[in-house]
Design a protein around this ligand. Structure first.
Ligand code: CP3
Length: 355
């Protein structure tokens, strides 16, 4: 109601922040730029703060350190947006699915595959005590960020988060989630429903704490085909977007249905998202013609170029900027920057983009 509207100030800032202007549909000569995983292991200052925190999850749940690593790439590069430092798997952790990270391997969770497992999970509204440190990180950031820098909050999309909860870990082909969908659709859909509800509550608290944009990461959307894509990628993104916009009028939403391919066409219109993030399997000219026709797009340079650099990085930065120059665009990679990226290559990219 009124409380929320008073706390949400993003709309009023729209004129001053390049990222919010792109999300409002403005075509800019030099697009705003940020990078997925911009706070990460490729930066020595990130590795130092992570060591201070002890491990990755402690870093996520220690508000002052999470805020510090969020700010590090802003100080170093002056990106147009900061993204809250957290992880998409904090929601399952808050729901009670004991999350831990195995160094060098990735996340592990207790599996959720049966009605009994579902019964053990907390309700969608019972996550906030656990996630309070994340909301505190957002509050610190909204005080400390430069006034021209937009603050992006985020969550994983229900399907992507469900793939980790069902398998108990990352999987190359999301096989266990597809198997549960085929063999016990009721349990699969109950989990999707719980995640959709919890995601809306989680994102709402982020916005109340000061996030000006929210992004929904559906990293594994590409393994959903045909009707499954419409039911389990598009429809949850639509529900989350519509409910967030109902609660926070004017709130911009970025959707990232990674590797959606042809399903990128019409995704923004069907969900109400203000911007669709393109992965790097999409040809930029194709994306401009078929996706940017409906509004702002984000992307989509190959993250590998941040490792290899050279003239190819400069040429590709200029090619992508030119391909999307006819409409609203947020320059980014097509997926997260990797730990082996050279921090100097980010500077080279920014000079090619802005210079
Ligand atoms: O983009 C940012 O800088 C914001 C923070 C952020 C992280 N993860 C920090 C992180 C965001 C937005 C994410 C999203 C995320 N997390 C996704 C969706 C985006 C994508 O990459 O597809 C997914 C699938 C996850 C789950 C996850 N988190 C995995 C599979 C892993 C292990 C793989 C790896 O890169 O180590 C993580 C860990 C993780 N999340 C790290 C960071 C910086 C590395 C942790 C470390 O410091 O060791």
């Amino acid at each position: 109601g009124d409380d929320r509207r008073q706390q949400y100030t993003g709309i009023k800032m729209a004129e001053t922040k390049k990222l919010l202007r792109a999300l409002a549909g403005e075509t800019q000569d030099v697009p705003p730029v940020w990078l997925m995983r911009q706070a990460g292991r490729y930066l020595p200052e990130y590795r130092a703060t992570r060591a201070e925190a002890g491990d990755f999850l402690s870093l996520c749940y220690t508000s002052d350190l999470a805020a510090e690593v969020t700010l590090q790439p802003i100080r170093r590069y002056g990106f147009d947006a900061a993204i809250l430092f957290a992880d998409i798997l904090l929601i399952p952790d808050a729901l009670g699915a004991d999350l831990w990270f195995v160094t060098g391997e990735g996340p592990r969770l207790s599996t959720t595959t049966t009605p009994a497992d579902m019964a053990k999970l907390k309700g969608k509204d019972d996550i906030h005590d656990h996630l309070a440190p994340v909301y505190e990180t957002v509050r610190i950031l909204s005080r400390e960020l430069p006034e021209e820098t937009a603050l992006i909050g985020f969550a994983g999309a229900p399907w992507t988060v469900a793939t980790y909860m069902i398998a108990g870990r990352g999987t190359p082909d999301q096989g266990p989630a597809h198997k549960l969908m085929a063999e016990d659709r009721a349990t699969f859909e109950a989990l999707m429903e719980r995640l959709t509800g919890a995601t809306i509550e989680y994102l709402s608290k982020q916005v109340e704490a000061g996030a000006e944009v929210v992004k929904i990461f559906d990293s594994w959307a590409g393994s959903l085909k045909g009707e499954d894509f419409d039911r389990y990628a598009l429809e949850p993104a639509r529900r989350i977007t519509q409910e967030m916009k109902a609660r926070f009028p004017g709130l911009p939403v970025i959707a990232f249905p990674r590797e959606a391919g042809e399903k990128y066409i019409g995704f923004a219109k069907a969900t109400g998202a203000d911007c669709v993030a393109l992965d790097n399997s999409i040809d930029a000219d194709w994306g401009a013609a078929n996706v940017q026709a409906d509004g702002c797009v984000q992307g989509n340079m190959n993250p590998g170029l941040m490792v290899t650099g050279g003239q190819a990085l400069i040429d590709e930065t200029r090619r992508i900027r030119a391909a999307f120059s006819g409409g609203p665009h947020i320059f980014n990679l097509g997926h997260g920057i990797t730990p082996d990226a050279d921090p100097e290559n980010v500077t080279i990219m920014l000079e090619a983009l802005r210079g």
